[in-house]
Design a protein around this ligand. Sequence first.
Ligand code: NAD
Length: 257
Amino acid sequence: MRFMDKVVFVTGGAQGIGRAIAEMFYAEGAAVAVNDINNEELSHFVINLSNAENNKGQIIAVPGDISEENAVADMIQTVTDQLGSVDILVNNAGISPRNNGKKSTVEEMTLEEWERVFAVNLRSQFLTSRAVISKMKERGWGRIINVSSEAARKRPSPIVGANYVASKTGVLGLTRCLAIELAPFGVTVNAICPGLVASDMLADVESNETKQHVGDIPVGRLGDPKDLANGIRFLADPSSEYITGAVLDVNGGHFMP
Ligand code: NAD
């Protein structure tokens, strides 16, 4: 129950990695606010968890599009009113669109496709971070953890588009700048880079392609969303106060810098 006195805001938490992150913080005693654009899935998740027998604490749903400026301001206000100001922000929401299982090449990509991916993957992290910074500084404590991707760390795989890779690379830049800005105030800012994780995002990829990638993972399996939640627990822990501006690769050894 190491996060008992903390308020956590997780974006894109109705399924996949974000859901595992929300479950981990809830199990550790935090008051958890979970955002997602998929209101139906989000409601099911939050209702099921709060009705579970081993109910540990507070969890609320904060539905909405995390890339929209006004929506983010409203969501942070809702969290503050219902749970208190945000101590730990996990910017997890992300999209990697494929048309009929295929990425768009730059040549084929519309401006709209480019901008939507940047809005969800990068602008959202700027908006949510900006909205929680002043209270974290006032309190002299905070954690911001941005989900990037292995795609931003190595030669990009043929299955992801340039909009995805460029936006996830931008996440690393945002993380480093924020880490420097907030270090004097007891607020750490780090990025986590999942490798290939078994979630709906990966399920889009044809299975023989996925199998081929699994063969290249030294640990010998795809990542589980819980593997990412474990990495985030470590970065969020009060004892990790000297770790800031860092990138944590959680990929079973698939990529080593
Ligand atoms: P997922 O598709 O299973 O879940 C993403 C969640 O984000 C969904 O619930 C979706 O509804 C939500 N979402 C999408 N757009 C949103 C918006 N505008 N506002 C609010 N919520 C929104 O994907 P996942 O695998 O759990 O991915 C989580 C994060 O991890 C993403 O940032 C992704 O880029 C990153 N990642 C995943 C993998 C992988 O292999 N799965 C690898 C590297 C990085």
